[in-house]
Each structure stands twice: as C-alpha cells, then as structure tokens.
Design a protein around this ligand. Sequence first.
Ligand SMILES: NC(=O)c1ccc[n+]([C@@H]2O[C@H](COP(=O)([O-])OP(=O)(O)OC[C@H]3O[C@@H](n4cnc5c(N)ncnc54)[C@H](O)[C@@H]3O)[C@@H](O)[C@H]2O)c1
Length: 324
Amino acid sequence: MSLIITGGAGFIGSKLARCFLEQGHHVLALDNLCRGQREYIETLPYQERLTFVQADASDAAALLEVCAQYHARHPVSALWHLAANSDIPAGIAEAAVDLRDTFMTTYAVLEAMKKLGIKKLAFASSSAVYGDHGPDVILREDMGPLLPISNYGAMKLASEALISAAAESFLAKAWIFRFPNVVGVPATHGVILDFIRKLKENPDRLEVLGNGTQQKAYLHVDELVEAMLFIAGRDNGKCSLYNIGPDDSGCRVADIASAVVKRVSPEAQILLGREGRGWVGDVPKFRYCVDKAASLGWKPRLSSLMAVSRAVEEIAKQEEIPSC
Ligand SMILES: NC(=O)c1ccc[n+]([C@@H]2O[C@H](COP(=O)([O-])OP(=O)(O)OC[C@H]3O[C@@H](n4cnc5c(N)ncnc54)[C@H](O)[C@@H]3O)[C@@H](O)[C@H]2O)c1
C-alpha cells in the first residue's frame, strides 16, 4: 500500500510513518517543517520506501501537485491528515495561524483527494473540539452542541464538519480520531518538553503555568498509533468518530512537574501559578469516554500517569542529546 501523511515530520506523524514503513508500505511524508524536523524523517528505517517533501499543506495548488506526482508513481490508498498548528496559545494570539494550518490544510487535503480520487481519509482531531464542560462531564463522541474555547479547537471542529460533508459526496471512508494529550518522543511541544527546557535554562526553579490542579488525559504516542491502526482496520462506518485515550481521570500538572523535577533537577523548587488554567483556551480538566474504541476491542495498557512517567524519561533523554 502507499499512504500520504501530512505533518509527517512532526511528533505523531513521524511515528505513524515509522509504523507504516515497518509494515512494508510506501509513504509520502509532507511537512512544511514549521515545527517538524527533517531529522525525524531521515532517521526512519526503510528510506527506500519513504518520500519526504517539504511543502505547505494549506496551499491547495502546491499540495495537489505534490500528491498528484506521488499518486502517479505509487497509487495512494489513504491519506492521513496530521498537519496542523500544535501551539494553542499561538493560535489564540493570532487566529490566522489556526485558520491556515489547522483548517485550510484540511480544505486543501480534501480538494486534492477529490481531484485525485483518493477515497480514504484519517484525521487527527482533538479533545479541544469539545470546549470546557467542567470536570464532572465525561466527554462522549455523540455529545453536543460542541463549543470550543480555542481557535485551534474551533478549526479542528470546522475540519471535522468539512470531512463529514466530503464523506457524503466523494470520500468512501473517513476516520476522525479525537486525541487527548499525547506524550512521547520525538517531542516537538507539550508540557513535559516545556518543563524540561525551563529547567535546563534555570535548574533551580520551575514555574508552572496555572496552579497545577489542571487534570487531563495523557496517552503515550505508541499507544495512539496502535489505536488508530486498530480502529481503521475494524471500523466499517462511512464517517466515524472516536475518542482515543486512557480510561482514567487523567494526571495533574503538579504531578507532571514533580516527575520532571525528580528526573531532571531534583533540587529545583516548583512555583505554582494562581489561575486554575494554564492559558486562555486551556481546558483545565476533562475526562474522556473511551467505550466506543473499547467496543471494537482496543484498550490502552498505560494509565495517564504511566504514560507521563514513560514520556518524562524519554524526553529527558532526547533533550540530553546535543542537537547538531
Ligand atoms: N500531541 C498532542 O497532544 C495532540 C493532541 C490532539 C491532537 N493532536 C493533533 O495531532 C496532529 C499531530 O500533532 P503533533 O503533536 O505531532 O504536533 P507536531 O507539531 O509535531 O506535528 C504537526 C506537523 O504539522 C506540520 N505543519 C503545520 N502546519 C503545516 C502546513 N501548513 N503545511 C505542512 N505541514 C504543516 C508541522 O511542521 C508539524 O511537523 C495535529 O493535527 C495535532 O493537532 C495532537
């Protein structure tokens, strides 16, 4: 099989590319490298089956050209759309960021798929589409109305809507996966990486955004990739939505700070903020219902805390290696 991954040089995209390559598939990884890194792609195995192209996925004409050239050589059976802005505060500061990287990339992907007759799409959506329902509501795929509180969440939800419409007209199959917080390596962003980098700059103190009580679901990237492939191999719906996450109430930011301090700089003092949320647009507490994925037979092995502990170790090692 041949597959296209947008955002293929990013954290999750490069892991997904590795998995497809190990399964014997051909992969086109497309990325504008605004956050992803060439190195994540160049170090993957089976380079002879991997094509990397640096391109802007929000530029419909450029995306079509890249995909058309690849599709002519390796007929593509599915496109995995992961390119997006992954910096939520940046999208709050400047709405154009999420409009371009989170929404227009989806529009351009769908236009290219329509023109080239690529009929299967997997989409990386997010818990951010739900908005803030408070700590007591368990987020289910069928709940609504959905009122996101960040431009990122809004543009993910708008992308889901566009994909739903495309499934009605020209797609044969669409999987929409709503990720929780995903952790692991190669880390490009996220709370663990932020804490480690802050401690590298100042080993004596760690300032936490918010009061540390923010409590969210964390999933290890290896389990996320496994879950997506598991579901895609079994789900028969036309346009299917799945929460993917751990089956627990999550892990507190204060606990993540403690784990990072213990690993990286045990003498450091943790300085908690006053606010209940880390930044505007941050959903401080949420819990996922993952019954739908479980009904297909997928269950995570790691709790949020276990995923975080593993990722702290992995990211600490990643940050020890001097970048060339
Ligand atoms: N990591 C998480 O916790 C998490 C949670 C929910 C959803 N997601 C979604 O999963 C996907 C992958 O996220 P990630 O964590 O790997 O982040 P990431 O930033 O590492 O990956 C996104 C990639 O998309 C690329 N990109 C951005 N805009 C682009 C554009 N216009 N054209 C081409 N490439 C572009 C970036 O360079 C980056 O490599 C994203 O869609 C993200 O919204 C991630």
